[in-house]
Design a protein around this ligand. Structure first.
Ligand SMILES: Cc1cc2nc3c(=O)[nH]c(=O)nc-3n(C[C@H](O)[C@H](O)[C@H](O)COP(=O)(O)OP(=O)(O)OC[C@H]3O[C@@H](n4cnc5c(N)ncnc54)[C@H](O)[C@@H]3O)c2cc1C
Length: 431
């Protein structure tokens, strides 16, 4: 029997809404074995931590996990770079980086996801000056369809196309990321802000911390919570020096006096420390602690990224359909992300506002509302998060991603026979 063929494997994604159909599953323990698996396979896709909410990690042939490859974290202090194994989670990476005096600029709401899986889908946190996590990548090592190893570095023509790759170019084994000196963060949660305050103050509120998240359940026209994460060292790249959060006249929300969870009724024990207690960057930038279930646990998610200038009209458009959204919603989160130059990034050349929806785990009830949201946001050129639930068509995606044709050329170059194709790439990329 093939020694890398593993019989115990995840049958579903993290959310449980996708049952994987891939007949074979491999868990190579060395890159040489991985190269042999890829070279032999007719079709293959990587399954990382499976936190995507659609079938992008499934395969009509083999699925491969890189979790048994040696975990590497090599810091180059002089260059402010770290080379990491693809399957490492941000939780595993962050503590090792911090011990060496370094940090990543930002993190997503959860540290449980793999570095490669997050970058493949342009996963992001928040902060108008913070780009998504893929923007930290300076080089990728890829096992290509024939089992060879290719390196793509910042400065190469294909680099901006290769970083957010949806798993369609090959198997990424290592990534090089930019790092910055380690820093401390404190976070405070505020509650109850009328939605109308955002009409005039959306940009001010989003810029009132290093990373700001606004939450609403759409059961009333108000934000239920505002999570404000402040860097305590002063951020040298910030346009204005960070100020302590104060009550400017527009900011009428009350500070929470005990820890909160964004999802109503969920335990704050799962969340990173609040109440202004200082802590390391990786213990405050995510909302959720690595040793606990993130978010609601039982859920689906969708997210749409729009140019920041559309934030207020988009909020109004969503408010008009709140009676349809609220019954299937657990919580909605609004974040800001800086533009980047990565072809398939949902922030490609647009400073963006992201409207995220944590749904109840009921696909049939949720999908019509997802379609309705896409219709209502259509005039704001929304780009759906690649790793979440959406109903946009390939035509919609081609209209919203100028560089999709260039990405398809790149995919044809790396993978002429379509070894890394699956139902997801057929549906959305037309290949
Ligand atoms: C509770 C929860 C909270 C979330 N919060 C956020 C958030 O704050 N911000 C945000 O933007 N998103 C968020 N997400 C979405 C999540 O970040 C993305 O779906 C991310 O891609 C998941 O990473 P993963 O390691 O689980 O990858 P997977 O879901 O396993 O894979 C994602 C894709 O990448 C490909 N891939 C993975 N590794 C490799 C590799 N080494 N080589 C080639 N292809 C590869 C897979 O084939 C697949 O196509 C959240 C998801 C959950 C479940």
């Amino acid at each position: 029997m093939d020694q890398d063929l593993v019989s115990t494997r995840p049958r579903t994604n993290w959310a449980g809404n996708i049952a994987f159909a891939a007949p074979d599953f491999y868990g190579p323990a060395a890159v040489a074995e991985l190269r042999a698996v890829v070279a032999r396979a007719r079709r293959v896709r990587v399954l990382a931590t499976g936190h995507s909410f659609n079938d992008m990690a499934d395969s009509p042939g083999a699925q491969v996990s890189l979790a048994s490859l040696p975990p590497e974290v090599d810091v180059d202090s002089a260059a402010s770079l770290v080379r990491v194994s693809a399957a490492l989670s941000y939780a595993q990476l962050a503590s090792r980086l911090d011990r060496q005096g370094f940090a990543l600029r930002n993190l997503a709401s959860l540290p449980h996801i793999s570095v490669a899986g997050a970058c493949a889908t342009a996963t992001h946190g928040s902060g108008p000056a913070n780009q998504n996590l893929a923007a930290a990548v300076t080089a990728l090592e890829i096992v290509t369809a024939d089992g060879d190893i290719a390196e793509v570095r910042r400065g190469d023509d294909s680099f901006p196309g290769a970083v957010v790759h949806l798993g369609a170019l090959g198997v990424v084994t290592r990534l090089v990321l930019e790092v910055v000196p380690s820093f401390d963060v404190s976070q405070r949660v505020y509650e109850d802000l009328p939605l109308e305050v955002l009409d005039d103050h959306f940009a001010d509120i989003m810029a009132s911390g290093y990373s700001v998240s606004l939450f609403t359940d759409w059961r009333a026209p108000r934000l239920t919570q505002l999570w404000i994460k402040q860097r305590l060292d002063g951020d040298p790249t910030a346009p204005t020096p960070p100020a302590p959060v104060t009550y400017a006249p527009w900011f009428t929300a009350r500070p929470a006096l005990t820890a909160r969870h964004p999802v109503p009724g969920a335990s704050p024990e799962n969340c990173t420390e609040q109440l202004g207690v200082p802590g390391r960057w990786f213990e405050r930038l995510p909302h959720f602690r690595p040793e606990f279930t993130p978010s609601a646990g039982e859920e689906l998610q969708s997210e749409y990224l729009l140019p920041t200038g559309f934030a207020v009209p988009a909020l109004r458009a969503l408010n008009q359909i709140s009676d349809r959204v609220a019954p299937v919603l657990q919580i909605c989160e609004v974040r800001a992300i800086a533009a980047d130059d990565l072809w398939l990034s949902s922030c490609y050349r647009r400073d963006s506002v992201a409207f995220h929806f944590t749904w109840i785990p009921d696909t049939a009830a949720v999908l019509p509302v997802v379609t309705l949201i896409e219709q209502r946001l259509a005039s704001f050129a929304p780009r759906p998060h690649w790793g979440k639930v959406f109903t946009a068509s390939a035509d919609d995606l081609h209209a919203r991603y100028d560089r999709l044709p260039d990405f398809l050329d790149l995919a044809n170059h790396y993978d002429p026979a379509g070894k890394f194709r699956n139902a997801y790439t057929a549906r959305y990329l037309g290949r």
